[in-house]
Design a protein around this ligand. Structure first.
Ligand code: IMP
Length: 200
């Protein structure tokens, strides 16, 4: 079996977030017919694995097997070295049920103070997994290194962007032009790897 995807093929984006499905379609350069798992009425699996790749594989596998189509899933988050990698796979969950990232960022700052560490290094990870129905799965991971900045700055991004300054830069992801962020982000790097692995 070939692990290449033909242009125009149907691909399920294993997400219930329509915005994410559109982003996936764009990052794949419009080469595929991307259908969101939510649109197909597929159940949203619980993310029970302990790694980004593990959760991406779990979501892709379930969506591929349930739909009979190749499925792509992602899992991403912020890992802080002084906090032993937290929030990591719990990045979304630290924002609580209201998905308030002011709460999540305040929690990071508080935990860092409690740690008494001077280490402000952190990285974003994006894992991507593409699973074929009842078949193999390809998983890749992209990372961007940086350091944490408090108080956060900038309104242009989402999630933890205001407190993350990428290595070699003096502005946060929250202040950065979205095109500049997209050129260097963990997500862009993961998609580059996936495209290298899958495109003809
Ligand atoms: P996921 O949707 O389960 O992968 O959760 C990822 C969480 O990690 C998001 O809710 C964001 O809080 C955080 N995250 C991932 N990528 C970024 C980014 O590029 N900027 C800021 N936060 C991010």
């Amino acid at each position: 079996m070939t692990l290449k995807l033909t242009s125009g093929a149907k691909l399920v984006a294993a997400t219930h977030n329509p915005g994410k499905a559109r982003e996936i379609a764009a990052l794949l350069e419009g080469r595929f017919q991307v259908i969101a798992a939510g649109e197909l009425g597929l159940p949203e699996p619980e993310e029970i694995e302990q790694t980004f790749v593990g959760n991406a594989v779990l979501k892709a596998r379930k969506a591929a097997d349930a739909s009979g189509l190749p499925a792509l899933a992602d899992d991403s988050g912020l890992s802080v070295r002084a906090l032993d990698g937290q929030p990591g796979i719990y990045s979304a969950r630290w924002a609580g049920p209201t998905k308030d990232f002011a709460i999540a960022m305040a929690k990071v700052e508080e935990r860092l103070e409690e740690s008494h560490s001077d280490d402000r290094s952190a990285f974003f990870t994006c894992a991507l997994a593409l699973a074929w129905p009842d078949g193999p799965v390809v998983a890749v991971e992209g990372r961007v290194e940086g350091s944490l900045t408090f108080p956060g700055r900038g309104e242009r991004g989402f999630g933890y962007d205001p407190i993350f300054t990428p290595e070699g830069h003096s502005i946060t992801f929250g202040e950065m032009d979205p095109t500049a962020k997209d050129a260097m982000s963990h997500r862009a790097r993961a998609f580059e790897k996936l495209k290298a692995a899958l495109f003809d």
